[in-house]
Design a binder for this molecule. Structure first.
Ligand code: 5AD
Ligand code: SF4
Length: 469
């Protein structure tokens, strides 16, 4: 079946459904994990919208449930299995309901098998390489009336030009690479997302131009390792070149990107960021560990001193840079001394923020086979210690903003307090302030009056901002 045939069949199905039920069929999305999964969900939402489905926020009203899973840590997988248990009840009440599950977790053959055997409520298991063929797979599921599982890995880029139903127009993300070639020894991603491949620059630029024309002010360029963008493309292009071209797009105010691998940060990239008009002075630079011995076992391609030198070089080129990082505690063989090295780098670098993770054993990765697994209680102790240290540092750094005026892109009302609005600084710090709905989408100066580890708050002011942070 071609893509066009699948679209036609789904459109016919959805018209008949609408005639019968006096409402269009509804799709509900349950998305776990990183931004890549949210992007995949928006692509599937685009196709479902094209064939006549409406999107619902109420799972009980769904005729189709699409779950995008994460396999990076075991805790994320357990949450999905818990959800599947809950959805079983919905399926019992509504046998017509279709449940489709995709993402990194089900790309692992043993997980796909477990779902087929033990989670009979699932109708479709689709792999990470099948996003652009979701319509075909859904048709097949409807016709066969039995579980369809397709987790083939073709290692191609998703087809260009698919419709995409974005959750918002103001702040958008755009994938520039798919997959990863780094094979960090703890990580499942290279196995479930395949080899790294880069989108053609003209496709990326055309997508961002369209977004900017539709009101997008901030774009994040996404990839597992954006710094290696462009490998294999003709004519030759690297990430710095791409960034410089995105910087020229009219209407965009802010450009971000993630994730950067410390091994692939070049001076050219740093100089491009410093010279650009709209590229935020912000870098997410996962360090993973501060111990050279553990970094080597992780296959990261750098050691403690290299990381510290890199941070120094980045601060020389971009003095007001805002740093965030990822850190894993309890990697196999991590001793108290190795952990002390991690704390030492955290103290020396003084990251603005850090995402901290307890090492999770992922079967199929080299680290899962390592014999010296760290006991859970020890990992727990270390993560608490690390989080406390980082929270103190984040608070101290944020408190330096007190009394200063920062430029904030107004995003919308705060979830906690309808009278307060939220926005972010160029450095990606969350700010709360009172504003009016008509100010959404504007870049406005806010005077900072309070600061904690995780956010700032203040008031809109007429004065010009002092800092790019
Ligand atoms: N256990 C814990 N954390 C992990 N990450 C990746 N794999 C694992 C794992 N097996 C973390 C890394 C990465 C982030 C996205 O998730 O820190 O940068
Ligand atoms: Fe995983 Fe390492 Fe690739 Fe990041 S760079 S996705 S941590 S293998």
């Amino acid at each position: 079946m071609t893509h066009e045939e699948a679209i036609q069949q789904l459109q016919d199905w959805s018209l008949q459904f609408t005639g019968r039920q006096q409402r269009p069929p509804a799709v509900y999305f349950l998305t776990f994990g990183c931004q890549m999964n949210f992007n995949d969900a928006e692509l599937i939402a685009g196709v479902m919208h094209q064939v006549g489905f409406s999107k619902t926020e109420l799972v009980e009203q769904a005729d189709l449930i699409v779950i995008n899973t994460c396999g990076v840590r075991e805790s994320a997988e357990n949450r999905v299995f818990g959800q599947l248990g809950r959805l079983k009840v919905l399926k019992e009440n509504n046998p017509e309901l279709l449940i489709a599950i995709g993402g990194c977790m089900v790309q692992q053959p043993q997980v796909a098998e477990k779902i087929q055997k033990s989670y009979r409520q699932v109708d479709l298991v689709f792999g990470t390489h099948m996003i652009d063929q979701f319509a075909e797979l859904l048709c097949q599921t409807m016709q066969q009336r039995r579980l369809v599982c397709d987790i083939r890995a073709d290692n191609l880029l998703p087809a260009e030009g698919l419709p995409r139903l974005r959750s918002q127009n103001l702040i958008c993300s755009v994938s520039i690479t798919y997959g990863c070639n780094n094979f960090c020894s703890y990580c499942i991603v290279p196995y479930v997302r395949g080899r790294e491949r880069s989108r053609e620059p003209q496709h990326i630029l055309a997508e961002i131009e369209q977004l900017a024309a539709a009101g997008c002010k901030e774009v994040t360029l996404l990839g597992q390792n954006v710094n290696s963008y462009g490998k294999g493309l003709q004519p030759a292009v690297d990430f710095a070149d791409l960034l410089a071209r995105v910087d020229q797009i009219a209407g965009l105010e802010r450009i971000r990107f993630m994730t950067s691998h410390p091994r692939d940060v070049s001076l050219k990239l740093l100089q491009t960021i410093a010279a650009a008009r709209h590229v935020c002075h912000q870098l997410h630079l996962p360090m993973q560990s501060g111990s050279s011995r553990i970094l080597q076992a992780m296959n990261r391609g750098y050691g403690k001193e290299h990381y510290l030198d890199l941070v120094r070089q980045i601060r020389e080129t971009i003095p007001d840079v805002v740093f965030s990082t990822d850190i894993i505690v309890g990697f196999p063989g991590e001793t108290d001394k190795d952990f002390a090295d991690t704390l030492d780098v955290v103290r020396q670098v003084r990251f603005d923020s850090a995402y901290t993770f307890i090492y999770s054993r992922r079967s199929g990765t080299p680290a899962a086979e390592m014999t010296e697994q760290v006991p859970y209680a020890e990992k727990q102790k270390r993560i608490v210690c690390l989080m406390n240290l980082q929270a103190d540092i984040s608070k101290e750094i944020n408190q330096q903003q007190l009394g200063k005026i920062v430029t904030v892109l107004v995003e919308g009302p705060s979830k906690q307090d309808a009278n307060m609005f939220t926005g972010r600084t160029a450095g990606n710090k969350l700010v709360h302030f009172a504003a009016k709905p008509e100010q959404i989408g504007q870049l406005l100066p806010v005077k900072i009056e309070a600061a904690s580890s995780f956010h700032l708050s203040g008031s809109l002011t007429g004065k010009a901002a002092e800092l790019k942070r």
